[in-house]
Design a protein around this ligand. Sequence first.
Ligand code: AMP
Ligand code: MG
Length: 504
Amino acid sequence: MHQSLSDLHWQSGFYELGTNFLTPLHPSPLPSPSLVASSTQVAELIGLDPASFNQQDLIEILSGNHPITHTQPYASVYSGHQFGVWAGQLGDGRAITLGQVEHQQQIFEIQLKGAGKTPYSRMGDGRAVLRSSIREYLCSEAMAGLHIPTTRALAITASPKQVVRETVETASVVARVAPSFIRFGHFEHFATTGQLEHLKRLADFVISHHFNDLQKDQNPYLSLFEEVLERSASLVAKWQSVGFCHGVLNTDNMSILGLTLDYGPFGFMDQFDLNHICNHTDSQGRYSFANQPQVFHWNLVRLAQALLPLIAKDDSDEAIQIAITALQGVLGQFLPQYQKSYQAIMCSKLGLDQALQTTDQVSSETIRQSVIEPIIHLLDQQQIDYTYFFRHLADVIENPENPVLRDLCIDRIAYDAWLQPYLAFLPQEKRPQIATAMRAINPAYILRQHLAQIAINKAQEGDFSEINRLQECLAKPFTERPDFADYAQLPPDWAKTLEVSCSS
Ligand code: AMP
Ligand code: MG
């Protein structure tokens, strides 16, 4: 049954942990709030009646102007490593969690990002601008459409209140939804400050609320680390397979649930470039596309250090050494797990999973060396549009004479040299069904930078239609529709000049 927001089944959730973990506070009101966009899908996920988006009360709640009865909003404290350096205490500087709702045996925290200052705002104003809220909103929903684990976005509300970034912009709030917004940085916070009792409470909370099966394990904290590592390896493999670059992979932006979290200067690549840096402020390229799996590993080492006191049976040198060895064993699994996941996805994208199943002689190693690595190299060398290439590969499989991809290449001999051995893996009679399967995994649509920018430009003039149109398209990125044909095209030249930075 669908209900209004106040009538949902609210629970205290994380708030129960108390004031060592959070500060209870209310959002700061925003003048004249209005609804910019709303997701029916996310409303249904939490049991909210989508018709309530038409009601002013909901807009007032989502913009932080009215409290919800029976909930106690809060901002949580965390710390983290930023760009490889310990940054000390951070925390929800502009996100205020309203509480947790349960719907159909699932729990969801509802958080307002841009809801005003908190004790963790440091020098910030506690606000988010419309531009960055639209990017976060569209990308969370685009990721969900791609079946990539992510926090979700329920709605954007906006206000004429001015907010100063590089230029003067206006304030807005994204209502985000996720089973939990707990980050690696939450664990680092309590470990680094020596608050081991609190560290244990946090880990026990995460296990009992989100990884209940692990409670019976011999060492649930080690199992928790294993589980987080597995989810992280799988997540980053998915990102690499769609050409997604997060941009700010600090430990405070790493979800303990393996979700894509905190959309800032992210980008889906147009022209493929292994060294692509999507964050204009990341001058060293620490968070470049190719570095993402390594950065995940580095961040997992930080989480392992934080969990060490819980994993060791006591604080004797011997117990600590045993725990370190166990954690190192798990960490050693990260790269193989990542590679296995990445390879499996790439095989599916190339329609080769069937070849692997049916031909005894073909090993996944052969495929990696003779198809996957060479195509990644070719796309990188020739700066070919990643999404367009994989989407149209199905056309070439159906008709190898189709010039759609060959025409994109500067070095066509290199393309032919890759294509012929690749096609040899695909049995002729199966190609029509292989092409269909490939279209179900290679998206026709991604949130290209220029598409987001067009939606932002229009929204800044008061026209929100493009956000809705893009959202509708990106919710089903594998299904081509004639009315969305423009979104599937190669990007215009001006897209290359777009730059995004941490400013949001
Ligand atoms: P981010 O780079 O967005 O992951 O943010 C890093 C830290 O800065 C987090 O603690 C954020 O809550 C905080 N932060 C970012 N922008 C603001 C802002 N405008 N006001 C207050 N805190 C902010
Ligand atoms: Mg963040």
